[in-house]
Design a protein. Structure first.
Ligand code: SF4
Length: 354
């Protein structure tokens, strides 16, 4: 049964017309779902009986189920969501500066096998469907509205940085992004969505066809040998191919590229690494986001001390780069970047289960 959350607005219009219903009803359906967050069709006052009956028989309204939730001391909430087939994925809601940002997963597990990443150790299980991607947003919105202090709270920003490589699931992420951005629905602007990739070159080349969202690239080293040690994807598409693809992108109005740089003690925090970044990255269209490494049980790398992190950042600022250090949110609940891994959470879930 097709999910209601898999339709873009234009698909919904076509679908209703194909089934002998009025095209304009699609806009009303979209409003109920995404403006009013109402998924009980009995409450859809302006929708015809015919459409409701058709939906009841043919369309699923099921959302991924929140089976576990934990809150960090900094307010970050991690959710474990169970999908229809029993697989689970994680998603994280991060409050900061009056905004609520959701970190969205794109796959169950991940094929990329980055060595610093807990999710990478799971291997690839499957792609998420469009409905499961959109469903993460809807399920978490529902949960925070019902269980938080603000029944009207809205998730305003999305980062595709949860489990999985979003560009490996290109078509479904593209479709889900259209749903997120639809003006008559959630209307999340492209500036508020960030797609992060480990560097899948063939799909990067297709990004001009993607809605204009922010792009983040996991760089982590400007030396092929070191980058390959961290990211097996670099063996196939090394830095030269990666930058050829990135440079072929039309950087639309606001689509500068953020380079994520995991800062690891005595590995990529040396003066030659600063020189490498200056050589490779243009100061106008790039932004460098330093992510001090989050250690996890058994992790092979160490986090540099705070003084070193500050030194590294200042060197880049002096060279004219826009450079920020990502505050690690939710590291006490293993929700920080690279720490998501759902199987163990499912096993370990305890009193916090809902
Ligand atoms: S960092 Fe991202 S791309 Fe790499 S293994 Fe983890 S989830 Fe996959």
């Amino acid at each position: 049964m097709r999910s209601i959350f898999s339709f873009t607005l234009s698909e919904m219009r076509e679908y209703l017309v194909e089934h002998g219903c009025a095209k304009f009803a699609a806009d009303q359906v979209y409003q109920w779902l995404y403006k009013h967050h109402e998924i009980d069709i009995d409450k859809w006052t302006n929708i015809s009986k015919k459409i409701k009956e058709h939906f009841r028989e043919n369309i699923s309204f099921k959302l991924p189920e929140v089976v576990f939730h934990i809150q960090s001391t900094d307010g970050t909430r991690k959710f474990l969501l169970e999908l229809d087939d029993g697989n689970t994925v994680e998603t994280v809601a991060i409050p900061a500066q009056g905004r609520l940002t959701q970190c969205i997963s794109s796959q169950v597990g991940c094929a990329m096998g980055c060595l610093f990443c807990n999710t990478g150790t799971m291997g690839f299980i499957r792609h998420l469907t469009v409905a499961e991607v959109v469903g993460q947003y809807m399920a978490v919105t529902k949960w925070v509205r019902e269980n938080g202090d603000d029944p009207e709270i809205r998730i305003s920003n999305l980062v595709y940085m949860g489990q999985g490589e979003p560009l490996h699931n290109f078509d479904n992420m593209l479709q889900a992004t259209k749903v997120f951005m639809e003006e008559k629905g959630l209307a999340i602007g492209g500036r508020k969505i960030t797609l992060s990739t480990s560097g899948l070159v063939p799909q990067i080349k297709k990004l001009n066809d993607f809605p204009a969202v922010n792009l983040a690239v996991s760089l982590h080293s400007t030396f092929d040998e070191k980058r390959s040690q961290l990211m097996p994807v670099n063996d196939k598409w090394g830095l030269t191919k990666l930058f050829e693809a990135l440079n072929s992108l039309e950087l639309r109005e606001f689509r500068f590229i953020t380079y994520e740089y995991l800062l690891i003690a005595d590995f990529n925090d040396r003066p030659e690494d600063i020189a490498g970044l200056c050589r490779l990255l243009d100061t106008k269209s790039s932004k460098i986001n330093l992510i001090p490494y989050n250690e996890f049980p058994g992790s092979p790398y160490k986090r540099p001390d705070d003084e070193k992190i500050e030194w590294f950042k200042n060197q880049l600022l002096k060279k004219g780069h826009v450079c920020t250090t990502r505050a690690s949110k939710g590291s006490d609940i293993m929700a920080a970047c690279g720490q998501l891994k759902s199987k163990e959470d499912k096993k370990n879930r305890g009193d916090e289960s809902l």
